[in-house]
Design a protein around this ligand. Structure first.
Ligand SMILES: Cc1cc2nc3c(=O)[nH]c(=O)nc-3n(C[C@H](O)[C@H](O)[C@H](O)COP(=O)(O)OP(=O)(O)OC[C@H]3O[C@@H](n4cnc5c(N)ncnc54)[C@H](O)[C@@H]3O)c2cc1C
Length: 396
């Protein structure tokens, strides 16, 4: 007699942040849960996140920290599973953490601690995790879904797609979630790399090359979305938190505006300095406010020479504008190879904001990064993974 096809209440494709959270939540409800993943280990992105320390949430996370074509979609799930809820979970497991920047919580020891929390929760909830399993076909059945996988055919009542976005393909990222969405008639919005360093045109790249490794606090903005954080010059272009944040708002051809001296009254300062010390130079002024190497290179780039007394009021006005609004037109970004997230994805207008289920197909769910909800840098993306995972896990 042929063995019957194994049946699960819930199958989740993707053993990442959202999938594992969803698995534990559904398992605790008594559902028979299986998580499938083609990678050899679960939660690889969790392990590499936050420089190996995983910035697992942000205490100040609000819907305003997310980009989406349908900005209200994320509100409900984020409200029902808050950063504090995740902190309580982490506390119950005795994980030590620290607030490195306002609201940003990182593991004190290692990102492994967060993965262990999730794996332990899955174990306690009785959710099974099967790695090295690829899914070649998803078909709808009378009472659920049938999956053709590299480890055999499987049936389930509810199917949750949690296979993330396209960033870091070497970590197992694929467009599989988008393919499943399209198969079931859902719209997938154009995707692009987000939270990613900028590359520069050859001339500016060569001028800034000597500054590789220099970081300075700036206020960078693109399309009127300002971020006051450090900028880092690299041998490939511009990076650091400020640049990663604005990259999510940037489209090819756009300019990035950089205030090198945020919070300073540059024009007033320079006029006062010219009056008090006419022999003083711009190089001297910049040296006082910017990292020395950056000050020197920027001064050379602009060709500012001679004592301040030689500068007219209109020159000083122009210099102040250059420093407060240094405008750079990036050549591009480093793309999915180094991007932390993928913008765009499954259009949320076809999903329930309460359950993450497809509106006219209540047993099919999309959670985490595969949907068109992308957070700012600083722990927001994991908070979305937890919140959307719990929302689906409560009903799937
Ligand atoms: C370098 C880096 C650092 C980051 N740091 C932070 C941080 O500190 N804080 C923060 O909030 N966010 C951070 N992020 C973003 C965060 O990692 C993601 O937003 C989050 O992991 C998304 O969770 P997810 O479960 O939707 O997808 P993922 O965590 O990407 O999980 C998707 C899973 O699906 C599997 N999969 C893919 N395709 C298939 C397929 N065809 N079949 C089977 N399985 C498949 C993958 O192997 C993977 O295990 C970082 C991202 C990167 C790349």
């Amino acid at each position: 007699m042929a063995a019957s096809t194994p049946h699960y209440d819930v199958i989740i494709i993707g053993a990442g942040a959202a999938g594992l959270m969803c698995a534990a939540t559904a398992g605790y409800r008594g559902r028979k849960v299986l998580v499938l993943d083609h990678a050899n280990k679960p939660g690889k992105k969790i392990l590499m996140s936050g420089g190996g320390r995983c910035n697992f949430t942000n205490l100040n996370s609000t819907p305003a920290n997310f980009l989406s074509d349908n900005p209200h979609y994320c509100i409900s799930a984020l409200k029902r599973y808050t950063p504090q809820d995740f902190v309580e979970l982490v506390d119950r497991h005795g994980v030590e953490y620290e607030e490195k920047a306002p609201g940003q919580l990182f593991c004190k020891d290692s990102a492994k601690d967060i993965l262990n929390v999730l794996l332990t929760e899955c174990e306690w909830a009785g959710a099974e995790i099967r790695m090295k399993t690829s899914v070649s076909k998803v078909a709808e059945t009378e009472n659920g879904y049938r999956l053709a996988t590299s480890t055999g055919t499987l049936n389930c009542e509810s199917l949750v797609i949690a296979c993330g976005g396209l960033s870091i393909p070497t970590m197992g990222a694929t467009g599989f979630g988008y393919e499943v969405a399209k198969q079931f008639g859902l719209k997938v919005l154009p995707t692009r790399a987000g939270l990613v360093p900028f590359t520069l045109q050859p001339e500016l790249k060569a001028q800034l090359a000597p500054l590789s490794g220099v970081s300075c606090p700036v206020e960078a903005s693109c399309h009127q979305h300002p971020f006051r954080e450090p900028m880092l010059v690299t041998h490939r272009g511009l990076s650091g938190p400020a640049m990663l944040q604005v990259s999510s708002y940037w489209q090819p051809g756009d300019e990035v505006h950089i205030n090198l001296l945020p919070g300073q009254k540059i024009q007033e300062d320079l006029l006062a300095l010219r009056k008090e010390k006419p022999q003083s130079t711009l190089a001297h002024y910049l040296n006082q406010h910017l990292p020395k190497r950056f000050a020197q290179a920027f001064n050379e780039l602009q060709g500012w020479q001679g004592p301040l007394q030689e500068y007219r009021n209109s020159d000083i006005e122009h210099i102040a504008r250059t420093l407060s609004d240094w405008t750079v037109k990036p050549a591009g970004t480093e793309g999915y190879r180094t991007a932390e997230v993928t913008l765009g994805g499954v259009d949320t207008r076809q999903l329930s904001s309460k359950t993450m289920a497809v509106l006219d197909k209540p047993d099919l769910y999309f959670i985490g990064e595969v949907v068109d909800v992308t957070g700012h840098l600083g722990g927001h993306n994991f908070q979305w993974a937890w919140a959307s995972g719990v929302a689906a896990g409560n009903v799937a």
